[in-house]
Design a protein around this ligand. Structure first.
Ligand SMILES: Nc1ncnc2c1ncn2[C@@H]1O[C@H](COP(=O)(O)OP(=O)(O)OP(=O)(O)O)[C@@H](O)[C@H]1O
Ligand SMILES: [Mg+2]
Length: 327
């Protein structure tokens, strides 16, 4: 059985959806079979991935449609059970059912064996749907901005979880988001967070405007600008959580990001110069040192389990899976 991961925080606008998109896309690139579930009526997940699903979670929860019939493929290894504003109408209907806190858990059960990870993007309050998401979850990931009020919010969320699930042990990670290392307050509060929650706190995701630009175009940061700070930080998060979840790259990796068609009809913009060194550099076994197109030097980075080589001159790009086959 795969893991069901709820990505949640009671606060809005703190990077939940951005974290869901890039954690999921990174795991899918490593070869995991991933299903994204949106329980937020804003429907941001599908928009961020640049897709327009025909069917949504509303039909599953309210009309009793088969969940397998309402999934939309978003990328290789990555499907979505999308939401839209109709979901607002689902809450009062669900709340009248005797088993209302566990409806989502029950509808996901038949497809759970098909996925390594089912990742749920929660809205910013403890609604009927978010309670369903937390009840369905085997694992909880908590993104949080590094500000005084948001740190209090993490404490509040953990006590709500305690009330709902009887313990906090399903919390697997607290992910500092929108982190600005130039402000002393953010650096000090990150230390406070680590002091309070220890190893649960992952490396932070720094502020990077490329992340909002990517989602406005319906592309992941790995597709849009794989050498940006956002790509580097989310790739590191994918590696940290893969280790915690004991997931290694599989023998069925997804197609390379540059094989994913641009969803808005325009060609992918040329990657800009890296702001800083990538997470991991080193010689790739299959990647030559010079560009096979123009002979220029190849830049290298490791993103979401892939060793990627780029030519800044002619835009050549190639990648290979870092790890071997999964046993
Ligand atoms: N690390 C980052 N750097 C810069 N912008 C970011 C970063 N993370 C998220 N954003 C931007 O911040 C905004 C809010 O992010 P996101 O939608 O992921 O938050 P959310 O918690 O899901 O919000 P909501 O509660 O409304 O669902 C978006 O415009 C997103 O592109
Ligand atoms: Mg969101």
């Amino acid at each position: 059985m795969g893991r069901v991961v709820a990505v949640t925080n009671l606060k809005g606008g703190i990077g939940k959806t951005t974290t869901v998109v890039h954690l999921s896309a990174g795991l899918a690139l490593k070869g995991a079979r991933v299903l994204l579930v949106d329980v937020d009526a804003q429907g941001n997940l599908a928009m961020a991935l640049g897709i327009r699903p025909r069917r949504t979670i509303y039909e599953v929860l309210v009309d009793g449609a088969q969940v397998a019939d309402c999934l939309t493929p978003a990328r290789p290894n990555l499907d979505i059970l999308a939401a839209d504003e109709s979901l607002l109408m689902a809450q009062p209907t669900l709340a009248q059912r005797p088993n209302w806190p566990r409806v989502l858990e029950q509808v996901l059960k038949p497809i759970q064996p098909n996925y390594d990870f089912i990742i749920i993007d929660c809205g910013g309050s403890l609604t009927v749907l978010n309670i369903n998401a937390l009840n369905a979850a085997t694992d909880v990931v908590v993104p949080t901005t590094v500000e005084p009020f948001s740190l209090k919010g993490v404490g509040l969320l953990l006590s709500q979880l305690m009330r709902l699930k009887g313990s906090n042990t399903s919390v697997r990670a607290i992910v500092p988001t929108l982190f600005d290392p130039r402000t002393r307050q953010a650096v000090a509060l990150l230390e406070d967070l680590k002091g309070q929650y220890g190893a649960l706190v992952t490396d932070p995701i720094r502020v990077n405007v490329r992340l909002s630009e990517a989602s406005a175009l319906g592309r992941t940061i790995y597709e849009f600008d794989p050498r940006s700070r956002g790509a580097t930080d989310y790739a590191r998060l994918v590696e940290q959580l893969s280790t915690r979840w004991n997931f290694t790259a599989s023998a069925r990796p997804a197609a390379a990001p540059d094989a994913v068609p641009a969803t808005n009809g325009s060609p992918a913009p040329r990657p800009t110069a890296p702001a800083e060194p990538p997470v991991v550099t080193g010689a790739g076994s299959m990647l030559s040192l010079s560009c096979p197109n123009c002979g220029g030097p190849l830049q290298r980075a490791t993103v979401a389990g892939y060793r990627v080589a780029y030519c800044d001159h002619c835009r050549y790009r190639r990648q290979e899976l870092v790890s071997g086959p999964r046993r």
